[in-house]
Design a protein around this ligand. Structure first.
Ligand code: NAD
Length: 379
């Protein structure tokens, strides 16, 4: 069994899908591991570190991939990048499938079995593989660090001989995995933190982190959580009430971190132009939902917008990738846990149980076809 780790081809992607630690564990499964030269360098991992862990270093992607049974990537490879892959190879990555059916069909045409790890069911058995959680947690942390770096004032309260510096007020909108880590990080920096969400379960979580919870707690709010633990798209009426409640609050905030998402839908708009206009100069908004349309109407993907009234709106892409070494370490562990369920440890071979609910939820392509029910062209 051969496992390949090609380098990422998107120049903005600094993460890598295996680390020396996971290479050792993959070898322990009876695999031979081949890493493309330079694959880890942006995550501070040298070829020599992989080699010391027992990997073979290949000079290019094609030679890394050739003959591989499993190909580990961070992002979806193109069909051309898989031209050297053997049919039936398992390609495991964050496939970004929504809205990209053509790219998925191109992937299918290569004959690989492509798995989208972001589609993992959020069940206990899959927790160690949960890439959404591992990366969102880091994004939540980094959002606060980025905001603090852009904020022209200190975050904690400081009592000095030269005067007292007030603590910054931080408002976190959306309290999933990223939002909870944003709250915890802002609290560690000494900010006064408030937070909002539409799922009732978040109230206790916010309070347990020492922050204050703010939300429109009507009948719709009580029903806002789906069986899968995610938020529903709220009605226009609820959204108007939410905007009325948060408008006055946002005007008094120094830093706002937005993380609100709805699976398979555009991100909800939580911050309007008028709300941004109400904020003081020097305030900072970090929009972690910018890749999905944004929670703030003025955020721009990959840009920092400075408004006429001096508010900075940060729209970094791939925020977890801004902490590439840590993000790679956790992502690689997630993929290792996923690979473990695809192999037969006794026979040291790929042995996929097509009826496993984790396999069924994540499998996009097989035998030349796009097989996932959610991504059919007619769907
Ligand atoms: P997510 O990234 O889909 O959304 C982020 C947050 O935005 C969510 O808390 C959501 O409720 C909130 N949101 C959506 N619309 C909103 C609106 N209009 N206004 C304000 N907030 C809004 O969520 P996530 O981080 O993936 O977490 C979703 C849930 O899944 C959480 O309950 C989390 O604890 C749970 N979870 C479970 C597991 C597991 O059991 N294995 C793993 C990870 C997360």
């Amino acid at each position: 069994m051969r496992i390949a780790v090609p380098a990422e081809t998107d120049p903005t992607e600094a993460r890598v899908a295996a680390t020396p630690e996971t290479v050792k564990k993959l070898l322990g499964l009876g695999a031979e591991v081949v890493v493309e030269s330079g694959a880890g360098i942006k995550s501070a991992i040298r070829d020599a570190d992989y080699a010391a862990a027992g990997a073979t270093i290949a000079p290019d992607a094609a030679s890394a991939i050739a003959g591989a049974d499993i190909i580990l990537r961070v992002r979806r490879p193109s069909g051309a990048e898989l031209s050297a892959a053997k049919p039936g190879a398992a390609v495991i990555a964050i496939m970004d499938p929504y809205g990209h059916v053509d790219a998925l069909e191109e992937l299918a045409s290569t004959g690989v079995d492509a798995f989208a790890v972001e589609l993992l069911p959020r069940i206990t058995r899959a927790q160690a593989m949960d890439v959404l959680s591992s990366q969102a947690n880091l994004a939540g942390y980094r959002a606060v660090i980025d905001a603090a770096a852009e904020y022209g004032r200190a975050v904690p309260m400081m009592m000095t001989a030269a005067g007292t510096v007030p603590a910054a007020k931080v408002f976190v909108m959306g309290v999933g995995v990223a939002g909870l880590q944003a709250i915890a990080t802002a609290r560690r920096l000494g900010a006064i933190v408030t937070a909002t969400d539409v799922r009732p379960a978040t109230e206790e979580q916010v309070e347990s982190l020492g922050a204050k919870f703010i939300a429109v707690e009507d009948e719709e709010f009580k029903q806002a959580e789906t069986a899968g633990g995610y938020a529903k798209e709220m009605s226009a009426e609820y959204q108007d009430k939410q905007k009325a409640l948060t408008a006055a609050h946002i005007a008094k905030q120094d830093i706002v971190i937005t993380t609100a998402l709805i699976p398979g839908r555009p991100a909800p708009v939580l911050i309007t132009e008028a709300m941004v206009a109400s904020m003081l100069p020097g305030s900072v908004i970090v929009d972690l939902a910018v890749e999905r349309g944004g929670n703030c109407v003025l955020s721009k993907p990959g840009e920092t917008v400075i408004t006429d009234n001096g508010v900075k709106i940060i729209g970094h892409l791939n925020v977890a990738g801004r902490l590439a070494a840590t993000a790679s370490a956790l992502y690689a562990k997630n993929l290792l846990a996923f690979v473990e369920i695809l192999v037969d440890k006794a026979n040291k071979a790929l042995a996929i149980n097509w009826n496993d609910e984790i396999v069924k939820a994540t499998l996009l392509t097989k035998d030349g076809a796009l097989v996932h029910p959610n991504f059919q062209k007619s769907a």
